[in-house]
Design a protein around this ligand. Structure first.
Ligand code: C5P
Length: 235
């Protein structure tokens, strides 16, 4: 079950990220690199982890014209990432191009393609913010619509908040990966911080999550490895 835990390396430097990965290696399923670390450290931080065999979720949420997204996904595949994401709002053509680029690049390299997953509606958005962007339907309907679109475009899954996980699982069925952040409580100790709608690790898995993205309950713990092990045991 530890393979389900993806640790968000939300730290300021490559040095800190590598040290944290060193502490946690073997106790978790992979590491998430987001736009902060990638922007300051560049692709070398990704390579440093993938070259050693770590599973890396490159969380850069691509959203652009299909050709640009396809070439970015090809570049991520060349870096050896295990999971990468795009915004479902980029539409079917963009998502199909992303999936195709992952498969074509991997087959050229003779490697496995990364899982390509989609972000539906950012969890920082509420109904009013969604309406402001001109999308006048119920937020949960929009989440489910985009999840279904991602599935139809052949992508491997979506990111879903704890509040959305069960509904996405029901709509999209088994075999579609759901990656769930916002994990708190149970064995995931730590202040909620800016996370509003949270679930414990075991609750999120029971709701249908395949992977849990966990940051502060592990990386800010006094003993990060022990914190990760406790979460894995609770699953
Ligand atoms: O520290 P914490 O466990 O809250 O970290 C969660 C990680 O998941 C962070 O990297 C955050 O940016 C990311 N994330 C999130 N909510 C989303 C999507 C991503 O918290 N909806």
């Amino acid at each position: 079950m530890k393979d389900r835990i993806l640790v968000a390396l939300d730290v300021g430097s490559g040095e800190q990220a590598l040290s944290l990965a060193g502490t946690l290696r073997g106790a978790v399923g992979g590491f998430k690199i987001g736009s902060r670390l990638f922007t300051s450290e560049g692709p070398s931080i990704v390579r440093a982890l993938t070259a050693g065999g770590d599973r890396v979720f490159l969380d850069l949420k691509f959203h652009d014209i299909p050709n640009t997204v396809a070439t970015a996904i090809a570049a991520a595949t060349e870096l050896g990432v295990w999971m990468v994401n795009v915004h479902a709002g980029g539409g079917t053509a963009m998502m199909r191009a992303a999936g195709a680029a992952a498969h074509e690049t991997a087959s050229k390299l003779g490697t496995d393609p990364p899982l390509v997953i989609a972000v539906t509606v950012l969890t920082s958005m509420n109904q009013a913010v969604l309406n402001e962007t001109g999308i006048a339907i119920d937020l949960m309907d929009q989440v489910l619509r985009l999840a279904e679109l991602a599935k139809e475009a052949g992508l491997d899954g979506v990111v879903g908040s704890p509040r959305e996980t069960a509904a996405i699982r029901k709509r999209c069925g088994a075999g579609f990966a759901i990656v769930t952040p916002g994990i708190r409580g149970g064995t995931a100790d730590g202040a909620k911080g800016d996370q509003e709608r949270t679930m414990s690790p075991a609750e999120a898995v029971a709701a249908g999550a395949n992977y849990l993205v966990i940051g502060r309950p592990i990386i800010a713990a006094t003993d990060p490895r022990r914190a990760a092990e406790a979460i894995a045991e609770s699953l």
